[in-house]
Design a protein around this ligand. Structure first.
Ligand code: OAD
Length: 245
């Protein structure tokens, strides 16, 4: 039995809308055992702040450390399974052809769950690119050196993620903003709504007349502006919302 009420006004809106946009943050992967971004320093990594690891300067200072932190996170993610929240968004995409899933997560769990239309604003740790050429690298020779070297230019390899201080793909941002402005309903799930430009997307939707729904156990800068707020876990709330949709 759901322990939260879904207002009939929202149920009516859910059934009426044709175009839906969803923004997710690391909170949707928390129930899969993937630490949220601001907790992603469990264990031996706890003495580092993400800001000290996820920057080009940190990579220049100590590329081995940064590569090993991402190797640890890749292992975590490989063991993780999509949870009921991820699967609810797959069902939602199946039911609403005009559906856009925008994620800040780099764990690839939305695609593994089965979502196809995913905009990865911050990249994906399962992909690798050359630090010097900024071009994707699929295969390389393991020589035991970390980070490994680019087979084309010999430069160091790095994860294909956006680091602090780096720019996002203008094409990805453009698609995310367009979807946020044209949707009739915007779901913001499991994000602290602190990091721009992703954090501005729910407000774009609001300003363009969409119904905005937030799912997060904690308050965020969006909470006082959203039409509906569910202070709880995505794994429980999203499947219930989609069941009634
Ligand atoms: P945060 O760690 O900042 O926030 C995670 C949010 O998820 C918090 O507000 C939690 O309350 C919430 N949360 C935790 N468990 C949840 C659950 N089971 N269901 C729903 N919500 C839950 O992670 P993000 O908001 O994703 O960017 O961080 C955004 C960006 O900040 C990251 O993508 C990263 C970082 O800078 C880059 O690395 C470029």
């Amino acid at each position: 039995m759901a322990v939260f009420e879904i207002p009939s006004k929202l149920i009516e809106a859910l059934r009426r809308v044709r175009e839906v946009a969803v923004l997710t943050g690391s909170g949707i992967s928390a129930e899969s055992g993937v630490p949220t971004f601001r907790d992603a320093r469990a264990g031996l990594w706890s003495k580092f702040r993400p800001e000290d690891l996820a920057t080009p300067e940190a990579f220049q200072r100590n590329s081995t450390l940064v590569w090993e932190w991402y190797a640890w996170r890749r292992e975590l993610v490989a063991k993780a399974q999509p949870n009921a929240g991820h699967l609810a968004l797959v069902e939602l995409e199946r039911r609403r052809p005009r559906f856009t899933l925008i994620t800040q997560n780099v764990d690839g769990l939305h695609q593994r769950a089965g979502n196809r239309k995913v905009i990865e604003l911050h990249g994906n740790i399962t992909r690798t690119k050359c630090f010097e050429e900024d071009v994707a690298v699929e295969t390389w020779t393991e020589t035991g050196e970390t980070p490994p070297r680019c087979p084309r230019c010999g430069g160091r390899l790095r994860p294909d993620v956006v680091w602090f201080g780096e720019t996002l793909s203008p094409e990805a941002v453009e698609r995310a903003v367009t979807a946020s402005r044209s949707c009739e309903l915007f779901l913001s799930v499991g994000t602290s709504t602190l990091v721009h430009p992703a954090a501005a997307l729910p407000f774009e939707a609001l300003h363009h007349g969409a119904t905005v729904v937030e799912i997060n156990p904690d308050p965020t800068p969006l909470t006082n502006h959203a039409h509906h707020v569910f202070q709880g876990l995505a794994g429980g709330i999203l499947p219930e919302l989609v069941r009634l949709w």
